[in-house]
Design a binder for this molecule. Sequence first.
Ligand code: NI
Length: 247
Amino acid sequence: MRLQLMSWPEVEAYLRRSNGIIVPIGATEQHGPVGLVGTDAICAETLAWEAGELSGAAVGPTLPVGMSEHHMHFPGTITLRPTTLAAVVRDVALALARHGFRRLLFVNGHGGNTAAINTGFFEAYSDAPRAVAGGEELRCLCLEWWHLPSAARLSAELFGDRDGDHASASEVSVAAAAYPDHLKHAAMAAEPPPTSRVFGPADFRRRYPEGRMGSHPELATVEAGRAIIAAVAADIAEEYRRFLGEA
Ligand code: NI
């Protein structure tokens, strides 16, 4: 049930039976020579929508731009400052809480967002006693989808040690399953540079001239993406049920 496709009376009726919601959050950043710039947002929303179907959860609008400073030397990347992203997360969480949503599960598509998302949660907790009247306490949880058990299992089964870190075959497959007409092909070096520390956007582009980190996105397929979506969405739905039931 997508919030953006509901009317306010439908949201009001939903809130009489549940105070939970899933919020996809992604990024708009380069994903190597064949990955879509929208990969992280597309993965987060595709998985969140499917988990919403499985669990009956409302799914909020996708937050499509994240903290991508380290990718800014590749065209197409858009970044928020970490403090801006934390403020966006805080404001969204408190707005939802003011209507009665109290269990907010963020499905995160981008590792660079994690610190700012958690900062935003604590900003919301700090302000909730003044901003939100009564009811259960506000709880927010951030899930990195690629860390879920099914994602790790399928990554190993489908791609072995060639899945990689940034522009992984797994995430490019999920985006390909969502937009099969946009599967791309490009010439790439046989082996990407191994993953190492990165200190900023110029350093990132120097170390990873193609934009991928240890990954083989050319292995991505629509079929792999469909398998990942089904299994990982089930994991998210399970985490959501556990989150709602937690004492
Ligand atoms: Ni990504």
